[in-house]
Write a protein that binds this ligand. Structure first.
Ligand SMILES: *Cc1c(COP(=O)(O)O)cnc(C)c1O
Length: 308
């Protein structure tokens, strides 16, 4: 786990990118997974989790480095690139069910049946505290952020950052960004209670999944501390991924590009000094190839213009 760079992106305005995409396992999830696993009373029976990919990978990585066994429950909707990455880490995989919520039920069954410790993907104080170290690093970097844009799914990332910044810099606005396709936390916050919504496919696959109808921690924390939620559509997400690769040679998966998408979409009033949390790099290879193709076509067309 590393302290990730906070780099200026003047092309986007008074904007800084917090590059969690550079973490080992390619996402910030290693922070929460490590904090949870390192504080377990008895990790000897192994750890189990449910994941849309990145959390499972982080758990498997931390478990392997500590010599603990890990089991990851996935729905059949997790993209093949993420399944392969998990296999390569040598954890046990249980691929079953149509949704992230189904996968979580399978993980909870293994806790009961085999006495493994659950490393919840978001609704756990140790996980939230781990993700919150990002907020502490943003503050510590000395950038006085008016707005921090945080990709939002189950809300562990946003809750951790919001708690940290509430302590260090209470005037900083923390804004969650989700895809418009089944934004469960956004709908729950609007309704005032956790709701269940069917998943839809999206480029932001790592933001899919529910918040748990019995949500204990992230929902109430975000009810209190999240300043706003913004939704971005698929074309805005693609444009942001493409900008990151084309202009910065930065590989961002869809779920990590939603903050940049929100800026491009003009969704934020007077953002001021803005930190965009770029949460992960684990893009599907076919999407990376498509992006590279589009950029190559643009470059060829630009070359033709110059010769005219
Ligand atoms: C898990 C994940 C998120 C969302 O985190 P939550 O704590 O579930 O809100 C955002 N981006 C990436 C890349 C992720 O893997």
């Amino acid at each position: 786990m590393i302290e990730t760079p906070l780099v200026a992106a003047p092309e986007l305005g008074d904007v800084w990118l917090k590059l969690e995409s550079l973490q080992p396992t390619g996402s910030f999830k290693v922070r929460g997974a490590a904090n949870r696993i390192l504080t377990l009373d008895d990790p000897s029976r192994g750890v189990v989790t449910a994941s849309t990919g990145n959390h499972g990978r982080a758990v498997a990585y931390v478990a392997r480095s500590l010599g603990i066994s890990a089991t990851v429950c996935l729905s059949t909707g997790v993209p093949p690139g993420k399944v392969e990455a998990l296999r390569a880490l040598g954890c046990e995989l249980v691929v079953d069910g149509d949704s992230q919520d189904d996968a979580l039920v399978n993980a909870e069954r293994l806790v009961t049946e085999r006495g493994m410790a659950l490393v919840h993907p978001f609704d756990d104080p140790d996980v939230i505290a781990g993700q919150g170290t990002i907020g502490t690093e943003i503050f510590g970097a000395g950038v006085e952020a008016d707005t921090v844009l945080v990709p939002l799914s189950g809300g562990g990332l946003a809750a951790g950052i919001a708690l940290a910044l509430d302590a260090w810099s209470p005037t900083t606005r923390v804004v969650g960004v989700s895809m418009a396709r089944s934004p469960v936390m956004a709908m729950s916050l609007e309704r005032g209670e956790p709701v269940v919504v069917a998943e839809q496919t999206t480029l932001a696959d790592s933001l899919q999944g529910g918040i748990g109808i019995e949500n204990r921690f992230t929902f109430p924390i975000l009810q209190e501390l999240l300043d706003d939620v913004i939704l971005v559509d698929e074309s805005e997400i693609w444009k942001a991924m493409r900008w990151a690769l084309g202009s910065r040679r930065l590989v961002l998966e869809g779920g990590a590009a939603v903050g940049i998408a929100a800026l491009f979409g003009g969704h934020i009033d007077t953002p001021g000094t803005t930190v965009v949390v770029c949460s992960g790099a684990n893009i599907e290879p076919r999407h990376l190839a498509e992006l590279a193709d589009e950029l190559a076509t643009d470059a060829r067309n630009a070359g033709r213009d110059r010769r005219d």
